[in-house]
Design a protein around this ligand. Structure first.
Ligand code: FMN
Length: 443
């Protein structure tokens, strides 16, 4: 089934595999995409994926997400995006731009700034976000954010791409409104599940008005929030304790899915977890060395960030692994069973994400109708020609992704690429491959 075409709305995908979002330092400091971004995306297109879902491109002008990641918060970003997208589309590869806003889970910035504290409710989160405290958004700030999404959506359409996706997962700002721990508001945007949904509902309505009824529009949703992983260091504690530990369960997220279908959303992209990185979204090893590296590069931004870096450096690795690394292991197709539950609940196409690499697993997942399409990030980063490998009838590539998760953190500071030494015969070979990814001139 992998090579059977599939149509969502008016967009026909030539097979069932999409490249999932891969964010990295592919822009100038102002957020304008570079030719390295274009060449990075092109490499997946020329290797036969049916479509590419972009990195989360921020709708907020001042929230770096992080430095040198692309932005879509101003009209000046449209033209360079359009040029790259046209290069991708030449390979009959569809391009979907994913937009988002990290809210208080903004992990880094040029300077520490108050705007990176904003969320549904005030509080404290030791692991996610760099600022000491989280500050509740006013209704005016909520309305401004909805406006940011609507304006960004208009720009998305103007790039000439094939569709738009909004991330309501990853622990980013929309997810912060959906989640009962980060949203403890008592006004019309919080409290009951219907009220927690209101922010996303208003965004979806405003965005649909911006892009028109004929433009492909999907939402990335977490199947289960799993607030407790890797560990839950959030305040205040919220009751019922199930909410504090787990956030939204399947039932709540399926409620959101049904509401989104009613609002005319065209597809759902299902992952898991509340916050990136997360073993329920990117299952595999716990990248402790990379987390230390990242924490050290941000320690100047706040007292919390500094304490985090000190602890990560001072606590021996085996202890860190047994605490923070709890729950980290590779689970093939980690969200596939959940995707099936969504597929049974709604009548719009479902994309499943997380832990796919083997052809047989993907075939079985599609055949058993757990989803309509599969999206992949790390396995394609390791082997951009994975589709060609499948076409040759092989189950997996010779040097598969090991799901070491080094790329998920290291690439915030360093160029996009695979950083798993086991996949290369030498460090020189790995370096050459990484630099090839970030080539600034057309290959
Ligand atoms: C280097 C890297 C960057 C990523 N950046 C984003 C991003 O910008 N937005 C997003 O929604 N997911 C992002 N992800 C998550 C992936 O899209 C995907 O959900 C996750 O890696 C699990 O899929 P996989 O098992 O196929 O890798 C990123 C993953 C990696 C490895």
């Amino acid at each position: 089934m992998i090579f059977e075409p599939f149509t969502i709305k008016n967009v026909t995908l030539k097979n069932r595999i999409l490249r999932s979002s891969i964010g990295g330092r592919t822009s100038y400091y102002d957020g304008t995409v570079t030719s390295a971004w274009k060449n990075f995306e092109k490499r997946f297109a020329e290797n036969d994926v049916a479509g590419i879902i972009s990195a989360t491109i921020t709708v907020h002008d001042r929230r770096w997400s992080p430095l040198e990641y692309p932005k879509i918060s101003n009209d000046k970003f449209i033209k360079p995006l359009r040029e790259g997208i046209q290069a991708v589309q030449k390979f009959d590869c569809k391009y979907i731009i994913q937009i988002g806003d990290a809210g208080y889970q903004t992990q880094t910035s040029l300077f520490s700034q108050e705007t990176d504290t904003k969320s549904a409710s005030s509080g404290f989160d030791f692991l996610f976000g760099y600022r000491n405290h989280i500050i509740e958004m006013s209704v005016e700030e909520i309305e401004q954010t909805i406006h940011n999404f609507a304006e960004a959506a208009r720009r998305v359409r103007e790039t000439g791409c094939d569709g738009l996706e909004i991330t309501a997962s990853k622990g980013y700002i929309i997810h912060q409104f959906l989640n009962p721990v980060s949203n403890r508001r008592t006004d019309e945007y919080g409290g009951s599940i219907e009220k927690r949904f209101r922010f996303l509902q208003e965004i979806v309505k405003a965005v649909r008005q911006s892009i028109g009824s004929d433009f492909l529009f999907g939402i990335r949703l977490s199947a289960l929030d799993y607030n407790y992983l890797p560990v839950n260091l959030r305040l205040p504690v919220v009751f019922p304790i199930q909410h504090y530990l787990m956030g939204n369960g399947l039932e709540e997220n399926i409620f959101y899915a049904k509401e989104l279908e009613k609002l005319g959303v065209d597809y759902l992209h299902i992952s898991g977890g509340f916050g990136f990185i997360n073993p329920k979204e990117n299952p595999g090893d716990f990248p402790i060395d990379e987390l230390r590296m990242f924490a050290n590069s941000n320690r100047h931004l706040s007292l919390k960030a500094n304490i985090r870096a000190i602890l990560l450096n001072a606590i021996p690795k085996p202890i860190l692994n047994s605490i923070l690394g709890r729950g980290w292991k590779f689970v093939p197709g980690v969200n596939a069973e959940h995707a099936r539950k969504f597929k049974e609940a709604v009548n719009i196409p479902i994309i499943a994400n997380g832990g796919f690499q083997q052809r047989e697993l993907i075939e079985a997942t599609l055949r058993e109708q757990k989803c309509d399409l599969v999206s992949m990030a790390r396995p394609l980063l390791a082997n951009p020609d994975l589709l060609k490998v499948f076409k040759e009838g092989k189950n997996e590539p010779e040097k598969p992704c090991t799901f070491c998760n080094r790329c998920t953190v290291r690439t915030v500071n360093f160029p996009l690429g695979c950083y798993e030494p086991l996949r290369f015969s030498s460090q020189d070979e790995m370096e050459a491959e990484i630099l090839r990814w970030s080539a600034t001139t057309d290959a």
